[in-house]
Structure formats: C-alpha cells, structure tokens
Design a protein around this ligand. Sequence first.
Ligand SMILES: Nc1ncnc2c1ncn2[C@@H]1O[C@H](COP(=O)(O)OP(=O)(O)OP(=O)(O)O)[C@@H](O)[C@H]1O
Length: 231
Amino acid sequence: MIKTVNLHKKYGNFTALQSLNLEIGSGEIYALLGQNGAGKSTTINILLGLIKASSGDAYINHISVTDQPQEIKKNLAYIPETVLLYPNLTGLENLDFFSKIAGFSYSKDALHDFLMRTGLQASAHDKALGGYSKGMRQKVGIAIALAKDAKVLLLDEPTSGLDPIATAEFTEIVRQLGQQGRTVLMATHDIFNAVSVATNIGIMKQGQLVQNLPSKAFTADELQELYFKTI
Ligand SMILES: Nc1ncnc2c1ncn2[C@@H]1O[C@H](COP(=O)(O)OP(=O)(O)OP(=O)(O)O)[C@@H](O)[C@H]1O
C-alpha cells in the first residue's frame, strides 16, 4: 500500500509538489501521467527516500518514509527507465548479487526460477548482462523485486524505449504483479499502456494531482482526450 498525505516539495521558491494525496491499495496498479516537470519523478524519489518532502508525509505499508527510511526499503523495489546492473555479470549473477544485498540467499535453481517467472528466456540467464536488450534488463529488475518479495513496486517510465513486443511482455508481468496482491505505482507517458494495465489513473499538472480515476472508465482514446483537456 502506498499513501501520501499532503505531500509538498519545494526547490527554493519553486513548488514541485503541492498537497499530493494518493492512496494505492494492494493489488492496484496506478499509472501516474503528466507532462515533463509535472512532479512524477519527485513523487517517486520521495517514496524512495532519495529526497525529503518539504512537508506532509508518505507511507509504504503504513510505514512513514520520513520516520523510517531504512525500514521501508525492505518492502520496496524500484525499476527505473534504465535498470542499473553490472554489465560484466550474467543476469543470474546480478540477481544473486542484488538478492544477497537485500538479505536473501537463494539456490541456483530458485534464481533461475525467478528469472523464468519474468519471461527471460533460459538461454540468456548465464550470458553477460552487457549484451541484454533494455527489455531483458528490465526483466532482471523485476526478478530482483520478486526475489526481495517486494510488496510495493515503483516504476519510472518502464516502457519508454521498449519495442511493442517487449512492451506487451512487460505489461503482462506488471499485470501479474497486481494479481499477486502487490502495489504498483508507474510514472509513464504511455497512455495506451496505462489504460491497458493500470487499475487506476492519475494525471498530474504542476505538482498537483488533477485527475484520479479508475482506468475501466476509459478507452485509450477517451483517456487521451481527457489528458489533453487536463494538462
Ligand atoms: N533538484 C531540483 N532542483 C530544482 N528543481 C527541480 C529539481 N528536481 C526537479 N525539479 C523541478 O521540479 C519539477 C518536477 O520535476 P519532476 O522530475 O518530478 O517531473 P516529472 O513529472 O517526473 O517530469 P518527466 O516526465 O520529465 O520525468 C520540474 O519543474 C523540475 O524542473
């Protein structure tokens, strides 16, 4: 579960976030849309504890980001636009390394199993990550989240730069994460993907959440129309 309560962020005199109140429950996939600079990454960075809110607070599974920044990391996984992993290690070795950092030690079979669950073909598991496509690196990122058993996932522009097949595969994995009862917050510019995978959609404008709607209410065309009217 993710909750933000009256979250404000100021950079000097500039207000990047204004009274942001979000609530995303277990099993929900929330797509956060908005123009460049609307405040999406600022929101994610506060949830990650990378930047401090100017006022208000955010909670991951009822734990305050402000009060217990270390504790929330246990429940949280972050998949950025470009997943940062070690290019000289294989996919499996990266998964093993990052699982151990998170405090989990798995057998080789279990590590292969996590990678298989993301759809990463078995022939790639023991190849150096430097040769992976962006979509394959993202699958390793998801496998790390599964290995950590992260209950909450933050995704920043996850489908940017992915080809249509990789986007469809990624969408399916995200859908499964929701079905497993995990909470997913996804900042995206991809309206069509948002409608297809998200349970709820938010549109941000100049640091404020100006729309907060169930995605079922829309076709992609209708959401696009609303987006253009809103921003
Ligand atoms: N460290 C900083 N110092 C000053 N201003 C900042 C800083 N970080 C972000 N901003 C400003 O805060 C606003 C919100 O930025 P943010 O990165 O959250 O937007 P975004 O919605 O994620 O945009 P994008 O879609 O381009 O990623 C922008 O106007 C940005 O210039």
